[in-house]
Design a protein around this ligand. Structure first.
Ligand code: ADP
Ligand code: MG
Length: 407
């Protein structure tokens, strides 16, 4: 397993890079975590439930205020210095990775309430720009939400450097969820559902976050695997498949069409006890399978939370397995690399395993007894090598804390 550099090593690295690139130290360093969703997949846009944890892997932003409106940005993951004037930021602009960073600044200037007023005042005063240096231990594009980690790290920096005070309260963090999601949806143009930003800003250490996408409410659920002699294994398959955007849009369209046919605002409003009756009303067999996934998946989140609260991780493992089968067979968003890693972990003794994130590549997770951990890692590597696939990256993850100031 690849060791992840610890937070203090990356904080030092990003501070040194900042000083080297700009000639002076930063005002501070802020960081925000990536996430894995334990269960509740493709439910967010159906007003359903999700259950992410924040990862110990984080994106770090070293930042210093400027007295103009320019952002100068550099990332250890992409290299190259980019300059963007905040006055030119808006829907669809800029393109590329800086959209996730400067997009948050723009979104804050569009926000309601005291924070928006304060952000607009900073801009009206002729300032608001930042020098920003980014470094990260979240793999990019692996379905572990490096994009939200980037946006939330910059959002945390802006909260402090613009004097918005959004980090010290739940309500403030919710406002930052709205702004960072707006940056991803409107500036970067990615139609994501907000789970990633909620996880990065609201998760608590040692807990999963039960996220109700209908009401926006959240509840921390104890998730302390080491005390049950278990570990969560994350497998980044490194697989990337084409046509993913079209597939995502097609799944959303299926759900909307079915909700329309059944006369409900969203699939969340369907009663799982009368699922068979509702399914029989649908004319399209593919829509029927999609709906079956969404309704049963929301139920599995409820059942997982109950099982975790009772410390019944054997039951959680079974629900992981059922979730994976449902995503593979009914929702059709898995792929060979995910199925093989999931099967390898289960055959090596995992209590359960499933793909996590949107699918068609990305990552999967397994709930593994500590004494089977080595065997499970080995099984994944062997299965990939046997097929001649490039090696997956495999690491364990605990439930980590949310976006914060580090230095
Ligand atoms: P995921 O969020 O699952 O990692 P996305 O496709 O949503 O995948 O986001 C990945 C994109 O986010 C990258 O292509 C890049 O534009 C941006 N990004 C994320 N982290 C960084 C980083 N540390 N430096 C530069 N760009 C980043
Ligand atoms: Mg993302």
């Amino acid at each position: 397993m690849a060791p992840t550099p610890g937070p203090s090593a990356v904080i030092d690295r990003v501070m040194n890079a900042f000083t080297g690139l700009t000639g002076a130290p930063p005002d501070g360093v802020w960081s925000a975590p990536g996430r894995v969703n334990l269960i509740g997949e493709h439910t967010d846009y159906n007003a359903g439930l999700a259950l992410p944890i924040a990862l110990p892997r984080r994106t770090y932003a070293a930042a210093r205020r400027r007295d103009d409106t320019r952002f100068r940005l550099w990332s250890a993951q992409t290299q190259g210095l980019t300059e963007v004037d905040l006055a030119t930021v808006g829907p669809g602009s800029p393109t590329g990775w800086t959209a996730y960073a400067v997009g948050v600044a723009w979104a804050l200037t569009q926000a309601d309430g005291a924070a928006g007023d304060r952000a607009r005042a900073v801009l009206a005063g002729g300032g608001g720009g930042l020098d920003l240096v980014i470094d990260s231990t979240v793999p990019l594009g692996a379905g572990l939400s490096s994009s939200a980690a980037l946006g939330c790290a910059v959002g945390a920096a802006l909260s402090d450097l613009w004097g918005l005070d959004l980090l010290s309260s739940e309500a403030g963090r919710q406002e930052l969820v709205t702004a960072t999601r707006c940056a991803e949806n409107v500036v970067a143009g990615a139609p994501t559902g907000g789970m990633d930003q909620s996880a990065s800003l609201l998760c608590q250490e040692g807990h999963a976050l039960l996220l109700d996408c209908q009401t926006g409410s959240t509840r921390p659920i104890p998730f302390d695997l080491p005390s049950h002699d278990l570990a969560l294994l994350v497998v980044d398959t490194k697989a990337e498949h084409a046509l993913v955007d079209g597939q995502y849009a097609a799944r959303r369209a299926s759900c909307e069409r079915a909700a329309g046919e059944l006369g409900v605002a969203s699939l969340r409003d369907l009663d799982p006890r009368s699922l068979q009756i509702d399914l029989a009303k649908l004319s399209d067999p593919i829509d029927r399978a999609r709906v079956r996934h969404v309704v049963t998946e929301i139920e599995r989140v409820h059942e997982s939370v109950a099982a975790m609260e009772q410390g019944d991780f054997a039951a959680v493992g079974r629900l992981f397995d059922e979730s994976h089968a449902s995503l593979r067979d009914d929702y059709e968003v898995s792929c060979a690399e995910l199925d093989v890693a999931v099967e390898a972990m289960v055959s090596a003794g995992a209590l359960g395993a499933r793909m996590t994130g949107g699918g068609f590549g990305g990552s999967c997770i397994g709930l593994v007894p500590i004494n089977e951990l080595e065997a499970a890692v080995e099984a994944v590597h062997t299965a990939y090598a046997d097929r001649g696939w490039p090696p997956a990256e495999v690491f364990t993850a605990t439930a980590a804390g949310p976006a914060a100031r580090d230095a």
